[in-house]
Design a protein around this ligand. Structure first.
Ligand code: CS2
Length: 501
């Protein structure tokens, strides 16, 4: 039987029939919300994280000015999912007591391919106070020095677009998030000049400072933007934030569970674990949603949280993803259930990560490690090893290689990090050769540097050649003979393990 599709009208009819116990609706009346927040990268993570927090914050204060305009630059698919549903979508929370919540804070979704003027207008509007971003690590287009890759074709095109924007709107689409943001900032400066806060929510160390630098570099590369740059320096803030919620790709089982609870078909459904964390630096240029009333923590310095999260959670996640996939496990939950791999994850934290961390106020790092591993073990999330394993070249630096650099600087050889890196090397080699099959499917090498990684991995000494990639391995790690030997030794051991073949 085909169910009717979720929309404002079908939802209202559903409410009128009475909702089951584990289903609830928007915390605010979606129709009453106006747009005050623009989000770049409206994928599953935003919908299960910031969009929920913004809605709860609006509900807590009764404000109606915090509707979200969600922007996707990758494909119009999200627009196709959400526009026919009047922006409504469900968040299925997994765990022992699954529940479904329909969220209504996304008031509009846009694909700049065709909606550029609308997006730029929203970025410039004085009623927009906050721009949030989840565009993944690779979405920032950073080079080996961490700065903007101003020679990348998409970035070059966007800088030309920003130059034109100084005079008028030429209607072309921006291809990168930084390009779109810079163009929006140029227009905002030209029109309202109202202050703005830009809040990156991706897993990058010091994400606020990183994004500010990219914006400054983009402006420096566009002629006649000195005034805009001065205005950005005085009126635009870039607080760093740490976000945490495990949000797997939505699978058919999730859709079936949600349809059973809702009695409606939801093409925009997203899934998340019960855990939620958002640590935000309290550095805003103007008004913002009262996220602190909806579970977020405000701090003067997000760095200790960010470091702990990247080095404990994301590092073990990646290590389990590579080693787990090599052993044929489809999900992170299956990988962490393997005693060998659980011990590997623990050793990574205990031997190499903890010595590099200072516990953020009120957090026991031992307890944090245990909680993280327990969260990974939840079979309900269905987070796949292959999903977490994507884009390794972009993830390794902040998850593993900072730890390696710190350990080497302290005179220790980070063997546990070397083992995790050996898992990545073996994964790159196996996927590039078309040799890795997980869950009956051949796994491709999914990484923005795939071509170069494949070339390096195909040679006689993949460790040497992969470690030479300066965009991935920082100098002190790349040039350490002890680290290189440790990775080689771990790789040899890995290929000798029958399960890894
Ligand atoms: C994961 C993260 O896909 C990945 O690389 O490690 O997305 C992880 O699930 C989140 O950071 C959890 O907050």
């Amino acid at each position: 039987m085909t169910l009717p599709r979720l929309s404002a009208a079908t939802w209202e009819a559903r409410v009128a029939r009475g909702l089951p116990e584990h289903v609830r609706g928007p915390a605010v009346d979606p129709a009453a919300l106006t747009v005050g927040q623009v989000h770049l990268g409206v994928g599953a993570f935003h919908r299960a994280h910031q969009a929920v927090c913004t809605e709860d914050a609006a509900a807590a204060t009764g404000e109606t000015r915090w509707g979200v305009l969600g922007v996707t630059q990758r494909s119009p698919r999200v627009v196709e999912q959400l526009a026919p549903q009047d922006g409504l979508y469900g968040v299925l929370t997994t765990g022992p007591d699954p529940s479904l919540r329909v969220v209504g804070s996304l008031r509009d979704v846009a694909f700049p391919g065709r909606d550029t003027p609308r997006v730029l207008d929203a970025l410039a509007a004085p009623t927009t106070h906050v721009v949030t971003l989840t565009v993944t690590e690779k979405g920032y287009h950073r080079g080996a020095d961490g700065g903007l890759r101003t020679t990348a074709p998409d970035v070059v095109a966007d800088l030309a677009g920003a130059a034109v924007e100084l005079q008028h709107d030429d209607g072309t689409a921006s291809r990168t998030a930084v390009g779109l943001l810079v163009r929006g900032l140029v227009r905002r400066h030209r029109t309202s000049g109202a202050p703005l806060t830009v809040v990156p929510c991706d897993n990058l160390a010091g994400n606020g400072a990183v994004l500010r630098r990219l914006v400054e570099q983009a402006l420096a590369a566009v002629p006649r933007t000195d005034e805009v740059a001065a205005w950005v320096a005085s009126s635009v803030r870039f607080p760093s934030t740490t976000v945490d919620r495990i949000v797997p790709a939505t699978a058919p089982e999730h859709r079936a569970a949600a349809a059973a609870l809702l009695g409606l078909e939801d093409e925009g459904l997203v899934v998340g674990e019960p855990f939620f964390q958002w640590v935000v630096e309290d550095d805003f240029a103007g008004p913002r949603p009262a996220w602190e009333l909806a579970g977020a923590t405000f701090t003067h310095d997000a760095a200790p949280f960010e470091r702990a999260k990247l080095r404990v959670l994301n590092a073990t996640h990646s290590a389990l993803a590579y080693h787990g996939a090599l052993r044929g496990y489809a999900t992170i939950a299956q990988a962490v259930a393997d005693p060998d791999l659980e011990a590997m994850a623990r050793a990574l934290v205990d031997e190499d990560v903890l010595p590099t961390l200072t516990a953020p106020d009120g957090l026991s790092l031992d307890a944090y490690r245990d909680d993280v591993l327990q969260r990974f073990a939840d079979p309900g999330t269905g987070h796949t090893t292959v999903q977490v394993a994507t884009d390794g070249s972009q993830k390794l630096p902040q998850r593993l290689l900072g730890t390696a650099a710190d350990r080497l600087a302290a005179g220790a050889v980070p063997h546990a990090v070397a083992r995790a890196v050996a898992g990545w090397v073996a994964y790159v080699r196996a996927t590039a050769a078309g040799d890795l099959v997980v869950d009956g499917r051949r796994v491709p090498l999914d990484d923005p540097l795939a071509r170069r990684l494949a070339e390096a991995a195909a040679g006689p000494d993949p460790v040497d050649r992969l470690l030479a990639l300066r965009e991935v391995f920082p100098e002190p790690v790349a040039t350490s003979t002890a680290f290189r030997d440790a990775v080689r030794a771990a790789l040899r051991e890995l290929t000798l393990t029958p399960a890894a073949r």
